[in-house]
Design a protein around this ligand. Structure first.
Ligand code: GSH
Length: 210
């Protein structure tokens, strides 16, 4: 059975959880307390030398890290991976945008504001992270004004990757009401059959719905 090393607060961990829900695939979910350093133990570093969740452990023990790489792997052959070379490249375009422009601003602002005691250096960076996050939301708003989904005619891994931290952006101090097309898209994603919420995170073996 697939095993997902995850953390309940993490949008990066939620991405594979959301896709696995849509795929109806069973997996075992293992909670890693990242605030206690459990992703930095020698045992965990053997699974991901970068010391971060999520990590997907395949049936043969092979470990795959990086949330968007995990999405790409799990979506193979499903309707969530576009079926043309251009469509797949466009999905990758948005996965790269998510990791470079979106997550380092929106997820980091949320994490610092909600989950840790900020250092002075982190506190000083909050306005810049929020400015970067608003710029990323504006890019999404512009795209979603023209099309209901990030790539093609249906929800794909591009939507799943971007949904994870956008739907909790309020926790990072972002006002989603300022982005009506993004807000409508969030509702569209959440209304898709098979949708699972970020919270509560399931415990142990997660079976597909009967
Ligand atoms: N680019 C990575 C980022 C992973 C990441 O930053 N994971 C965080 C939780 S969201 C983590 O494990 N932090 C613990 C640590 O750095 O020790 C991905 O998309 O999977």
């Amino acid at each position: 059975m697939l095993r997902l090393y995850d953390n309940r607060l993490s949008g990066n961990g939620y991405k594979p959880r959301l896709l696995l829900g849509h795929l109806g695939r069973a997996y075992e979910r293992v909670e890693i307390d990242i605030l206690k350093g459990e992703s930095r133990t020698p045992e965990f570093l053997a699974r991901n030398p970068n010391g971060r969740i999520p990590v997907l452990e395949l049936e043969d023990g092979t470990c795959l890290a990086e949330s968007n790489a995990i999405l790409f792997y799990l979506a193979e052959g499903s309707r969530f991976l576009p079926d043309t070379p251009l469509g797949r490249a466009q999905a990758l375009q948005w996965l790269c945008f998510e990791q470079y422009n979106h997550e380092p601003n929106i997820a980091v602002a949320r994490h610092w504001l909600q989950h840790i005691e900020m250092t002075e250096a982190q506190r000083a960076q909050i306005p810049a992270r929020q400015e970067g996050g608003r710029a990323a939301l504006a890019v999404m708003e512009r795209h979603l004004t023209e099309t209901p989904w990030f790539v093609g005619e249906a929800m794909s891994i591009a939507d799943i990757a971007l949904y994870a931290y956008t739907h909790v952006a309020g926790e990072g101090g972002f006002d989603l009401a300022a982005y009506p097309a993004v807000s409508a898209w969030l509702a569209r994603v959440a209304a898709e059959p098979g949708h699972v919420p970020m919270d509560p995170a399931p415990v142990g073996v997660v079976a597909p719905p009967a």
